[in-house]
Design a protein around this ligand. Structure first.
Ligand code: SF4
Length: 468
């Protein structure tokens, strides 16, 4: 995606360098100033916000949870779904109001929406009270942008991915027990409905030595669990001849000895036997796999450009279930893709019945401008799409409950990571299969992997007590 009419990027020392450590200095300009960050979208964005927070704190900013107190508001946006887009523009209305009250307030917008030409054009026309728009490829340059901000709208969006930048252990991590670790950026799959390849660029893998160093460092700091992150993690290393593949990387991460490892997201097309072998061999790789299906109809899978058939998906599913003991598998399903007939939808219900997933994220298709699917004729009424979603969710929830019931009266290890939202006498955490468990226990167990006896099961969570 080219954005030639945008302000030319300032000269950057980092250009053409594939490995840098930023060493930002605290400046008087920002000492004690407050930033408020709002994040939309996926885990990649959540982790990007951790990086942004650290970059801001490196130059003197402090975080505030009250946007009314902020000197800088950052919106880290998502372009994957239409409603995320609407929410961002809704939120911008509140920011505009605050800026009227406090003209010194700075407003910055970043993330996937910033990479969309139509969004930038809309901002230029209607939201010029925003001070800074920066893209997904140049987050690490935020301190420079803030130091050199001129009056009016500053646009710093790179249309090319450039190189992978290393900022060392510079993340203000949201948790003390679990950490996101990016292993790669971008996606080359170009599924016809997806905006990610346009907003996040082509696949670029981090060097394995940097990833392993980061994981070892997290282990030393007492982190119990790492999640290896990428739009398509099992394509790891495909962009470099001398790099490990994902199975090799996973094996080496397992050897660091960190207690729990998981990864998101896997494309079924790149899921190799070697990966299954590594997962089954190392007890610290969690037996949990998110394997997006999207549709059970071969015709729709082809229109989506997913590169596998329903048979191939089910074969892979079966192989994973057979070779990884007690594995939990979750999925994503889109209903109402352009041209989806009742027969196509019944194929999806059929595969969901057969696979009996532990859980599924289900969505009604929403067109993203600039993707091939957005131009496909779509005649299915919204009421019919909603009806399909409802029918799908009934089956998904049924199997979610059935799978959870298998834990009843059994003892399972739970990493306890926080106070339960509904009951402050309980902590919540996750099994190694990513089942949410609310546990009646003492706060001192926070951050520990604790054996828990499961006493009750629901569709979306389990209850338990500490096993003595
Ligand atoms: S694999 Fe497909 S759905 Fe996933 S990020 Fe890439 S293009 Fe999007």
């Amino acid at each position: 995606m080219n954005l030639p009419d945008m302000q030319a990027a300032k000269k950057r020392t980092s250009e053409n360098v594939d490995y840098i450590y930023e060493t930002p200095q605290i400046t008087d300009n920002f000492q004690g100033k407050k930033y408020y960050i709002r994040t939309y979208g996926c885990q990649m964005n959540v982790h990007d916000s951790e990086e942004i927070s650290q970059l801001l704190e490196n130059i003197g900013f402090e975080e505030t949870k009250e946007m009314n107190n902020a000197d800088l508001i950052i919106l880290n946006t998502c372009a994957v779904r239409e409603n995320a887009h609407d929410k961002v523009f809704g939120f911008l209305g509140r920011c505009k109001h605050l800026k009227k009250e406090n003209p010194n307030l700075k407003i910055a917008l970043c993330g996937c929406m910033a990479q969309e030409r139509s969004v930038v054009e809309e901002i230029m026309k209607k939201h010029s009270y925003i001070d800074l728009v920066f893209g997904t490829h140049n987050i690490h340059e935020l301190p420079n942008y803030l130091m050199n901000l001129h009056n009016g709208l500053n646009i710093e969006v790179k249309s090319n991915e450039g190189n992978v930048f290393e900022i060392g252990e510079s993340y203000k991590r949201a948790s003390k027990y679990t950490a996101w670790v990016n292993i790669m950026y971008g996606c080359d799959k170009f599924c016809t409905y997806c905006i990610v390849p346009y907003t996040r660029g082509k696949e670029r893998s981090r060097k394995s030595k940097d990833i392993l160093k980061e994981v070892s460092c997290l282990k030393e700091k007492g982190y119990k669990e790492v999640t290896l992150l990428g739009q398509n993690v099992n394509a790891y290393g495909n962009d470099s001849e001398d790099e490990l593949d994902f199975a090799g990387l996973l094996e080496n991460v397992a050897k660091t000895g960190i207690e729990r490892i998981r990864f998101v997201t896997s494309h079924p097309w790149n899921f190799t036997d070697a990966m299954i072998d590594v997962i089954s061999k190392h007890p610290n790789i969690m037996p949990y796999i998110h394997l997006p299906l999207q549709s059970g109809s071969d015709r729709i899978l082809k229109l989506m450009g997913r590169r596998y058939t329903r048979e191939e998906y089910m074969e892979l599913f079966k192989k994973i279930k057979e070779r990884i003991p007690n594995v939990a598998i979750t999925t994503d399903v889109i209903v109402g893709f352009p041209g989806e007939t009742e027969a196509d939808f019944l194929d999806t219900l059929d595969i969901v019945e057969r696979c009996q997933f532990d859980g599924a994220y289900t969505f009604i298709y929403s067109p993203r401008e600039g993707t091939p699917a957005a131009k496909m004729p779509d005649t299915t009424p919204m009421s019919e799409k909603e009806n399909r979603l409802h029918r799908l969710n009934e089956i998904v929830n049924k199997y979610s409950l059935i799978n959870n019931q298998k834990y009843l009266n059994k003892v399972t290890n739970v990493l306890l990571i926080g106070e339960s939202e509904k009951d402050s006498a309980k902590l919540y955490g996750y099994t190694d299969t990513m089942k949410l468990v609310n546990v009646q226990c003492d706060e001192s167990l926070l951050g520990t992997i604790t054996p828990v006896l499961i006493t009750d099961t629901k569709s979306f969570s389990l209850d338990g007590i500490v096993e003595k």
